[in-house]
Design a protein around this ligand. Structure first.
Ligand code: ADP
Ligand code: MG
Length: 141
């Protein structure tokens, strides 16, 4: 099934100069970028994006981290793009992430873990719409 998913290159990976490598990886894996923007999240934007985690003990630190520098937000498109992106990213905790995954390569710890990816069709739809209107998403064909 042709899907769209939201990807974020988090502040740690942007700061470390890994934006290009991460974007290259998506291109090599055949995920097409249909929208992309470099921005710095405000506190309310980060809190809204991670609202499902607001009761978790790590929420305040997560918001602090996500607002600590620029991020790249992208919409990736492809067959099973949601699941494929999650596989390319690897486990949330880099200590658990498989060899060659973006988090194994670029994450420092369970919080500063380089990338975000939507975890299912419903979240993908909500998260894409959080950053991009349909007019922002290009048609390659
Ligand atoms: P994922 O990003 O793999 O979907 P979650 O949705 O569970 O993971 O968590 C969202 C983000 O919150 C993670 O990517 C990570 O930055 C942060 N996070 C998750 N669990 C923890 C934790 N135990 N301690 C600190 N930060 C965490
Ligand atoms: Mg998640």
């Amino acid at each position: 099934m042709l899907e769209r998913t939201l990807s974020i290159i988090k502040p740690d990976a942007c700061r470390a100069g890994h934006m290009g490598e991460i974007i290259s990886r998506f291109e090599r894996e055949g995920l097409r970028i249909v929208a992309m923007r470099l921005l710095r999240l405000t506190r309310p934007q980060a809190e809204g994006f991670y609202a499902v985690h607001r009761e978790r003990p790590f929420f305040a630190d997560l918001v602090e981290f996500m607002t600590s520098g620029p991020v790249v937000v992208m919409v990736l498109e492809g067959e099973n793009a949601i699941e494929r992106n999650r596989r390319i990213m690897g486990a949330t905790d880099p200590a658990q992430a498989a060899e060659g995954t973006l988090r194994k390569l670029f994450a420092s710890n369970i919080q500063n873990n380089a990338v975000h990816g939507s975890d299912g069709p419903d979240t993908a739809r909500t998260e894409v719409a959080y950053f991009f209107s349909t007019l922002d998403q290009v048609d390659w064909d």
